[in-house]
Design a protein around this ligand. Sequence first.
Ligand code: NAD
Ligand code: UDP
Length: 313
Amino acid sequence: MNRILVTGGAGFLGSHLCKELLNQKKDILCIDNFFSGSKNNIRDYISHPYFEFVRHDIIHPFFAEIDGIYHLACPASPIHYQYNAIKTIKTNVTGTINMLGLAKRTKSKILLASSSEIYGDPAVHPQTEGYWGNVNPIGIRSCYDEGKRVAETLTMDYHRQNKVDIKICRIFNTYGPHMALDDGRVVSNFIVQALKGKPITVFGDGTQTRSFCYVSDMVRGLISMMETKRFTGPVNLGNPEEHSILELAEKVIKITKSKSQITFKPLPKDDPLRRCPDITLAKEKLHWEPKISLDQGLERTVEYFKKQILSSV
Ligand code: NAD
Ligand code: UDP
């Protein structure tokens, strides 16, 4: 399996995945519409002989001869996916149908980047793959949550009906270099605010939790899943260490040695209160678990953002 299509390859996760696949001597075709990704993320390998980029919006069919697809295209930050909610649904539904159709025609293996968001505001904790979730179907997050749920349904149906070789990964909060400065997700927001000496915006009282996985661990998990035989998933990929958002704010202030103060803002509607993956299945089937601690990952991410901020002034 050498010719690999990466959708959303100019985004945060996709760009790291392309880099690792190039290191593994794969032939990469990256497609992206630059909605939330950037040329900067793929700058280092844009002229690599085994890297090809096509600006393409996956809501339109795409034709290429390939052996495998990592399907990541979809905005992941709440401010990005809510900016044009209908477009987010089209990307998840029409875009995913287009990629599954391509996989069917080319007999390619396809890996769907699903999300912990399919569990909604979970009533089961930590979340196991067997839990069906608690999602508001008409809320402001539904374009993404329900979009990913339909994307999973479509992926399973192409598997059952058309024997497409599929893989479903439920990705939990992942962070690291290549997140956009204005991405809006909590790790990038806090680091940028801390480095600029601005108030750290904690939404709600900060007791809500998330589990943060460093990007290199996630990329390793995605590749292991793609390469595993006879296992479709869904499988949870994430770091099972759970932290409150207030704890994260304090950690970022400490690591950056910032003088920023914490300020409290209203909690966005339908913001999940707790989130933590049960990764027993990933350990068993993929022999995968995260290796990078939150402190190590934050330190690397802070270094990246320092350079970005310096080059943007
Ligand atoms: P990102 O926003 O940085 O990357 C998404 C990429 O997809 C961007 O480059 C964007 O321009 C591209 N894109 C969006 N709509 C497109 C379209 N219609 N056609 C072509 N390209 C399009 O987000 P990310 O964090 O890198 O997330 C990548 C994938 O992983 C997404 O599917 C996301 O839902 C999933 N995921 C990520 C996380 C996380 O914490 N990072 C958690 C759960 C799931
Ligand atoms: N959050 C916050 N301040 C910010 C951005 C986010 O307190 O500036 C909170 C947000 O309300 C949520 C958590 O951090 O509880 C994670 O938010 P993010 O948007 O990163 O991811 P998601 O909610 O999709 O897990």
